[in-house]
Design a protein around this ligand. Structure first.
Ligand SMILES: C[S@@+](CC[C@H](N)C(=O)[O-])C[C@H]1O[C@@H](n2cnc3c(N)ncnc32)[C@H](O)[C@@H]1O
Length: 368
């Protein structure tokens, strides 16, 4: 089975050429692209801090988004979640645009080359540009220190800067191309954490219950492949489920870059996920007829990731138009509420051990 992220061989070279000619992708998505819905909804998509274009068909003037809302303040202060002393820093963070983050696909045979290029080329060449922006106080790009092997990166350039700044063009092109062929995936830093906690091995059966648009599914598959012996394919399986069929479509689009046979995508309510049967020791003759020693058993998952829906306050950092929308609601007499895209970002990671699943055991709630 061919693997994603390949850059060697004629097929891979053709693939890269093809993608160079068809650049449109998640790093540079037109507003008319229906799949740009991800930008609004996904926890893995990054900041859209592009301000308000004037709404008269022209984009001649630009105004930054207002990032205040009395309704929001009122609602939050009443919850008593944030102490009065911490209020200013809390609101200050929510007003700061979310920086971009991306991961190198560790199962790509060229992941070391890509990491070298980031470490030895872009880290240095982009610094001059960062100096222009903020006097060089922050690093242009840097590896996330808690992610293994320098495979996850943080960039201080906003999406807008990447698109518009000529001096960043080479870096932007690099990101776009490597993203298209599956060597790099844009993903928020917090979203990278749960798959790291799961301790997935190449022979694990993993259920990703609320998986779309698939950034964590992709990361899980990478981990399954990366920890597999070189030259062999993993025996494990990732089942990526989502309730929303359109988002399942996005998930398929996202994960097909991996070119893996170890993924099944399903479209069920996670709470009613059907029992699955597994032909564990499938032994068939040349015509596909099962032979005697195969047996069918109930599939039990080694790991279950349940990334339940939430909007998270952090969404304000990547979709600053929410401030304004909720201001309209406030003027209309509504108070900020959970349905407006607020609420604690509660990410539940359930770890279930195969054959030894105790629902009270091994459940971690990560409030990110
Ligand atoms: C936070 S997003 C998941 C993000 C995803 N894990 C990722 O990393 O790209 C939550 C997802 O849960 C899905 N969802 C909501 N209710 C669900 C249910 N009852 N069963 C399965 N999926 C559900 C939503 O369609 C949404 O795609």
């Amino acid at each position: 089975m061919g693997r994603g992220g390949g850059r060697g061989g004629r097929g891979a070279r053709t693939q890269r050429r093809h993608f160079r000619q068809n650049r449109e992708n998640v790093w540079k998505r037109s507003r008319s692209d229906p799949s740009s819905e991800t930008d609004k909804n996904d926890d893995n998509n990054n900041n859209n801090n592009s301000g308000n274009d004037n709404n008269n068909g022209s984009k001649s003037t630009w105004e930054p988004f207002a990032t205040q809302n009395p309704s929001f303040d009122e609602f939050y202060k009443e919850q008593g979640i944030v102490s009065p002393e911490e209020w200013d820093s809390f609101i200050g963070v929510l007003r700061t645009p979310l920086p971009a983050a991306f991961r190198i696909n560790s199962s790509s045979q060229f992941y070391k080359d890509i990491r070298d290029q980031l470490e030895n080329d872009f880290m240095i060449s982009l610094q001059a540009e960062a100096s222009q922006i903020d006097g060089g106080e922050t690093e242009a790009i840097r590896p996330l220190p808690w992610y293994p092997e320098n495979l996850a990166w943080h960039s201080n350039f906003s999406r807008m800067q990447l698109r518009k700044n000529q001096n960043l063009e080479r870096f932007h092109e690099f990101l776009k191309m490597e993203n298209e062929i599956g060597n790099i995936t844009r993903q928020e830093a917090v979203s990278m954490v749960p798959p790291l906690f799961l301790g997935v091995s190449p022979d694990h059966f993993v259920l990703d219950m609320c998986a779309a648009p698939g950034s964590k599914t992709f990361q899980l598959l990478e981990i399954v492949y990366h920890s597999c012996k070189s030259g062999s394919l993993p025996n494990g399986l990732v089942i990526a489920n989502d309730l929303d069929v359109q988002r399942c479509n996005l998930l398929i689009h996202q994960t097909k870059r991996m070119c893996t046979a170890n993924l099944i995508v399903t479209n069920h309510e996670a709470q009613h996920f059907p029992g699955c049967r597994l032909n564990r020791r499938h032994n068939s003759d040349a015509f596909g007829t099962a032979l005697e020693d195969s047996f069918i058993s109930q599939l039990q998952f080694d790991r279950v990731l349940c990334d339940v829906p939430c909007s998270g306050d952090g969404t304000l950092r990547k979709a600053p138009d929410i401030w304004r929308k909720c201001l309209f609601a406030y003027w209309a007499g509504e108070i900020w509420n959970a349905g407006m895209g607020n609420g604690l970002h509660c990410l539940q990671v359930l770890i279930a051990m195969r054959g030894n699943f105790d629902e009270n055991l091994e459940v971690n709630f990560l409030n990110l």
